[in-house]
Design a protein around this ligand. Sequence first.
Ligand code: ASP
Length: 309
Amino acid sequence: MLKGRHLIDPEDLHLQELEEIFQLTNLIIKNQEDFHNLCKGKILGTLFYEPSTRTRFSFEAAMLRLGGKVIGFSEPGSSSVMKGESLPDTIRTVAAYTDIIAMRHPKEGAPKYASLYSQVPIINAGDGGHQHPTQTLADLFTILKSKGRLNNLAIGFCGDLKFGRTVHSLIKAITRYPNITLYLISPEELQIPAYIRKEVLEDKNIDFIEVERLEEVLDKLDVLYMTRVQKERFFNEADYIRLRDSYILDLKNLAKASKDLSILHPLPRLKEISTEVDQDPRALYFQQVKNGMYIRMALIMKLLGVDKC
Ligand code: ASP
């Protein structure tokens, strides 16, 4: 039962619960009008202490499509945060007005901390360079739809694996399925954090290979997850400038990839995927955007307990 729970980390959802969310998402996609009033009278709070386009809009669109309403901020400067209000006090206040809260914060662990003070479910909509579990739901659903399975896959993660929270969350989630091989493609300085290497991969005996060149492994992949180098997490601009264009996926290097490759990207995309790739049937990142809204509809329904399926 998901009703009333917080979603802070991808592992907060058991595999069976994930499966139920995928099934509900499929139903929503098929019969959208059946869901238009299910959250009537409910309010989603969106607290975005960091910039967002897709995550915030998709949460808002999800709640509006379910017949609910949304309040919140996309810029903490317009709230009492500017007067120095603490996170617990802001959360206690917003939780008094809403039924569910989606929160993004630059500090790792902030949504977890917030959940200790909230009477309503808190959804982590991205915490610093740590985790982003609802992007993971969109990613898993997109992989499932394109491949028909979440096991027996060779998945390449390419780019900023150090600061990319979507990478950390998807690695955590996908390695719970059998026979997953990971190709971790990054410059040495942007390799996955030590806790992911140790606790998620080594301790669980997951097959993984770290390489620097995308071309070396492109032909082995079922899924390629490209990422943006996370400028906002760098201490030093010169390092960012040196690393930001480490990888560029274009039609030329894609010629080496499988015809069935699924190309994902959590977006925003800078230069790491050339726009000429957008028309290639293997490019799924805009489908992923749309899936993100439908799966957030399913998640909101489950956490509010308005799931009549
Ligand atoms: N939109 C994703 C995130 O919030 C990816 C990115 O920003 O690069 O983490």
